[in-house]
Design a protein around this ligand. Structure first.
Ligand code: GRF
Length: 194
């Protein structure tokens, strides 16, 4: 069973899908804490299920490394095997990244390296492409530049808005993330058996 800490900034619909997968046994993981950089509504999904939550707000003018170290301590306290950024919208400083990578994953609503950054879905629509995608990557010091673990194309349909396209991409993000975590769990159990 992989111990997972999840970080988010928003509504957490991908977190809900992940928790459902854990609960119904299709994802061999346990979410041991959910953290956020603000009082995100997504924290409620964890609280309702009795999963510990924490908020490490980035204060205006604060030193980024000081915030990153505080966040790393909060995550480290629950001793996760894996940290998943699930709609965490703030770039993490090296002090955080180097503590958890490569067991630090991000899901991204585009076919990286296409459309990195915070507005990937809008950028794909504005660019007029006929397909975009979803990716799961290892977080590194760049913005959506880390090694790609899984990705799949998603077509842009006639009349798609940012919302309709993002909803379809999220379905794929959830499947890819579940696949990657299953792979990690299989690898861990193979190591434990040897
Ligand atoms: C996902 O598309 C994630 O990749 C992106 O933000 C979205 C999170 O959605 N960075 P939700 O909060 O899980 O609904």
């Amino acid at each position: 069973m992989v111990r997972v800490a999840v970080l988010l900034s928003g509504g957490g619909s991908n977190l809900v899908a992940f928790l459902e997968g854990c609960a119904n046994g299709t994802i061999p993981a346990e979410v041991v804490a959910v953290g956020a950089d603000n009082e995100a509504s997504g924290l409620e999904h964890a609280r309702r299920r009795g999963i510990p939550t924490f908020v490490e707000q980035f204060d205006r003018g604060e030193d980024r490394d000081a915030w990153g170290a505080r966040l790393a301590d909060a995550v480290g306290a629950v001793q996760p095997d894996l940290v998943i950024l699930s709609g965490f919208m703030r770039v993490l400083p090296p002090v955080f990244v180097h503590r958890f990578a490569p067991m630090l994953l991000n899901t991204h609503p585009a076919y990286l390296p296409e459309f990195p950054g915070a507005h990937a879905v809008r950028d794909a629509i504005d660019a007029g492409v006929t397909e975009t995608g979803a990716s799961v990557i290892v977080v590194d010091d760049g913005v959506d530049t880390g090694p790609i673990l899984a990705q799949r194309r998603v077509p842009v349909l006639e009349g798609d808005t940012e919302g309709t396209l993002h909803d379809r991409i999220k379905v794929v993000e959830r499947e890819l993330l579940a696949d990657v975590v299953r792979d990690i769990a299989n690898r861990e159990s193979a190591i434990e058996e040897n």
